[in-house]
Design a protein around this ligand. Structure first.
Ligand SMILES: Nc1ncnc2c1ncn2[C@@H]1O[C@H](COP(=O)(O)OP(=O)(O)OP(=O)(O)O)[C@@H](O)[C@H]1O
Ligand SMILES: [Mg+2]
Length: 415
């Protein structure tokens, strides 16, 4: 059998894409990359895996199709893959244009447009937050009236919690509306109180080959609003606990309702104090923020490879299953300017030893990152253990006791 030729859109950006690209090659594909990055800027993991690379503006659909027509004269293209949200629809259009298998634009749209998504799921009887979409100020007021406060107002095709606001009353809505002027269409939703989880899968032919649940602490909107918070995600080992069953069942129902076939999926859902699972959103791609690496730490395996095997062969060569709870803590530096110090690390290392899998903090002197623009912040720590309580304790200690200082910030806490 000859190796299938797979076109990978954006094979080196964001950083995780390079690992998916490498996995495709390792699992037996001949991989052709198409992306915005100049070839010289591709990360080595991607560059070494690619048989060919075309530097083309992905935002320019005509240029992308033209480049592919050129390629198609020399090589038969069997498959197109894209795991980066902004170009999922482009991948679908390419498949349609070249008659390739995989998700069509019609199948992809409900994963991109939050209103279409919820309409399809309402029709299937999934518990979504009460919702409406609108492109006018009057429409937002009417939706708020109908849904009832508190509400969430957010872009219809948002990412990274950008332009997302919780609004508690009319006065609050009047304050928020001017901030949304640049958003063409907004989604207004019932605010669902509760804890926030993911339901992530690798599927082939509509069958779930690998399943993952991650717990966000605190809720992503809180992470986004407060700089002092260290965002924590925990990949859970035990998926059989009663609290997770509603979300897992919902996840299966959602995949079936949207007719998902093959690839990675990432769903977010809420668990209310009363124990009800409520749908959040779903994407036909893996979660970002290094969550696939966190899965790998939890399963002691390679979910990048698992995805590649699923899309190429329809099965996994080795089962992927969580053996640990794995916690990720992102640190945001205190202060402005270059990184000037790190405190608390020695004590934490003495306390937790080999349960700490990774500590990756910007070096002293490096400019600190814009915490609003990046989810990974200025430092990343990964811990794991069989016991969930120990992982909760470790993530909380790293969140509070590990401090990354920038500029003139002193070791003394000012807040
Ligand atoms: N109806 C809701 N009820 C309560 N909280 C909500 C609701 N909708 C959004 N949020 C909060 O806002 C966050 C961002 O919303 P959502 O996940 O829909 O948008 P996004 O910007 O696509 O997300 P991501 O950060 O995953 O890219 C959610 O994780 C949640 O904390
Ligand atoms: Mg989200």
């Amino acid at each position: 059998m000859t190796a299938p030729t797979v076109v990978m859109l954006s094979p080196g950006y964001p950083v995780e894409m390079a690992y998916f690209t490498r996995a495709l090659a390792a699992a037996g594909a001949r991989v052709i990359g198409l992306g915005d990055q100049p070839a010289a800027e591709l990360p080595p993991a991607a560059r070494d895996a690619l048989a060919h690379y075309e530097h083309v503006a992905l935002a320019d659909e005509g240029a992308v199709l033209e480049a592919l027509r050129g390629l198609a004269r020399h090589a038969r293209v069997d498959q197109v893959e894209c795991l980066w949200e902004p170009y999922m629809l482009l991948a679908a259009r390419i498949r349609e244009e070249f008659g390739l298998p995989g998700m069509t634009a019609e199948q992809t749209l409900p994963f991109r447009d939050k209103e279409r998504m919820k309409q399809a799921l309402d029709a299937a009887g999934v518990r979504t937050p009460r919702h409406a979409s609108t492109s006018t100020v009057a429409g937002v007021w009417a939706a708020a009236e109908r849904i009832g406060y508190p509400i969430i107002v957010k872009p219809i095709a948002g990412a990274g919690s950008a332009d997302t606001y919780r609004v508690d009353d009319g006065a609050g809505l009047a304050e928020v509306l001017p901030l949304l002027r640049h958003v063409p269409e907004v989604s207004v939703e019932e605010f669902v109180d509760g804890e926030e989880f993911t339901f992530d899968t690798i599927c082939a032919g509509g069958e779930i080959l690998f399943e993952n649940v991650m717990w966000y602490r605190p809720r992503p909107l809180q992470m986004r609003l407060h700089e002092w918070i260290s965002p924590v995600s925990i990949v859970l080992r035990d998926l059989q606990v009663p609290q997770l069953q509603g979300g897992r069942e919902m996840g299966r129902q959602v995949l079936a309702a949207l007719g998902f076939g093959t690839g990675f999926t990432h769903m977010e859902w809420y668990l209310t104090a009363a124990g009800e699972a409520v749908f959040g959103e779903i994407a036909a791609r893996p979660p970002g923020a290094r969550a696939v690496d966190l899965m790998n730490v939890a399963v002691d395996g390679d979910a990048y490879r698992g995805w590649a095997e699923a899309v190429l062969h329809g099965r996994l060569s080795r089962p992927l299953q969580q053996r640990y709870n794995a916690g990720s803590i992102f640190k945001r530096a205190e202060g402005a300017g270059p990184i000037s110090g790190v405190t608390g690390l020695e004590e934490l290392q003495a306390a937790y030893g080999s349960d700490i899998v990774l500590v990756d903090i910007l070096p002293i002197g490096a400019p600190r990152r814009d915490w609003r623009a990046t989810v990974v912040g200025d430092g990343w720590v990964v811990v794991r253990h069989h016991d969930l309580q120990r992982v909760l304790d470790m993530t909380e200690r790293f969140a509070t006791d590990l401090r990354v200082l920038a500029g003139g910030a002193s070791g003394a806490r000012e807040w």
